[in-house]
Design a protein around this ligand. Sequence first.
Ligand code: NAG
Ligand code: NAG
Ligand code: NAG
Ligand code: NAG
Ligand code: NAG
Ligand code: NAG
Length: 401
Amino acid sequence: MQRALPLLAASLLMLAAATAPVAQGYNITKILAEHPEFSTFNHYLTVTHLAAEINRRLTITVLVVGNSGMADLLARHLSLLTLRNVLSLHILTDYYGAKKLHQLTGGSTLASSVFQSSGHAPGTTGYINITDHRAGKVTFSAEDGGGAPPVDFVKSVKEMPYNISVLQVSTILSSPEAEAPVAAPAPVNLTELMSKKGCKAFADLLLARPDILQTFQDNLESGLTVFCPVDAAVKAFAPKYKDLTADGKASLLLYHGVPVYYSPQLLKSNNGVVNTLATDGSNKNFNYTVQNDGTDVTLETHVVTATITSTLIDQDPDAVYAVDKVLEPRELFKVAEVVDAPAPAPAGSNKSKHASPLAPSGPDEAPADQATSANSAFRTTAVGRWLAPTAAALAASFLVV
Ligand SMILES: *[C@@H]1O[C@H](CO)[C@@H](O)[C@H](O)[C@H]1NC(C)=O
Ligand SMILES: *[C@@H]1O[C@H](CO)[C@@H](O)[C@H](O)[C@H]1NC(C)=O
Ligand SMILES: *[C@@H]1O[C@H](CO)[C@@H](O)[C@H](O)[C@H]1NC(C)=O
Ligand SMILES: *[C@@H]1O[C@H](CO)[C@@H](O)[C@H](O)[C@H]1NC(C)=O
Ligand SMILES: *[C@@H]1O[C@H](CO)[C@@H](O)[C@H](O)[C@H]1NC(C)=O
Ligand SMILES: *[C@@H]1O[C@H](CO)[C@@H](O)[C@H](O)[C@H]1NC(C)=O
């Protein structure tokens, strides 16, 4: 399991964040917690994020195996990604209570599993053949089982018709396709990705600041969301950027990264303040408000409101979105209310429309100490004050490549 350890740690980290209640009214983790003989299966449902996937569904059947059956599976040292595929074969996307198992039309049926709909299953793999034998015995086998003997239905563990059914089976279902090694997704090359997808100018700004780029890269493993301004936006912003001090530039670039993974689903279903890579933990500065109207997602800095225009990549735990404006923090630029004030500032006044980067950020805010902000940004940890992401949303975006 050595190779799987970083992933395991990442999964656990993300699960710690997944605190939102479940809408469907059942929680597979809780159901199985009442049955210690399935504790290993239960544990692996959690670390593979499949528990959330189960809770998200409306009609589901889970085929569980006892701890000794799981021990056999774990002894094969599959990676966590492969383990997820194997276990997802045991989650049927329809409701099968014990009674229904004995009333199958024609004595057998093909049930689709979560593995079948995962995108990892080629052809007809991921379908489970349920057969009700004459003697009253019911068996399950994977369509691509490769001749492996079917596994037996043992007993019903929990039935909540027609929401969730938990059935014990004798051993793990065998499927060469599900057990095939899964390549871990290649690490994201941020600048290359941005350059290819409309954010080349922003990528170039990052490439010119290897120290800042490194901060972005350091967060790739634990979770990162980047909002990259499209080329036209960066071009229009160039004069203002040029006027920033080196520390101001650092803060501005870091302001476009959030040290938490936000999937498109999460952004579209939650509003709130996010901290950024530029945020100084003690000052809680360099933040912005994410707002959505169900379709469009905007980022409001108090200086500008940018809209997300596309998703460059959504590969848990990283996402990169294009935005139509450079995000201007109020720590570096005057807030919109001042800039848009109807009375023009007198000539020669310091309140020129092109705010000096060192100007106070707003009427009631003290000037930011740029040097402090920029330097401390390197130690920024994941401080997602905003959002308790729903387990379901996390699961939904898990391993989408
Ligand atoms: C499900 O139940 C477990 C165990 O009781 C609990 O720790 C977990 O927070 C619950 N999950 C959700 C999403 O409510
Ligand atoms: C399920 O498997 C049995 C035994 O191999 C076979 O006879 C039956 O036709 C299969 N059922 C379906 C629906 O494919
Ligand atoms: C199934 O879910 C529905 C809607 O979520 C709920 O009203 C019903 O009580 C649930 N059934 C059981 C047996 O828990
Ligand atoms: C990422 O892409 C850039 C080009 O944008 C390239 O210079 C760099 O070497 C790549 N980094 C890695 C780690 O492959
Ligand atoms: C956001 O940043 C401002 C300073 O720009 C700070 O006053 C405010 O408390 C921060 N909000 C949150 C929720 O951290
Ligand atoms: C502009 O700022 C400078 C330095 O802060 C100050 O000395 C000067 O009085 C200001 N001018 C105006 C017109 O406010």
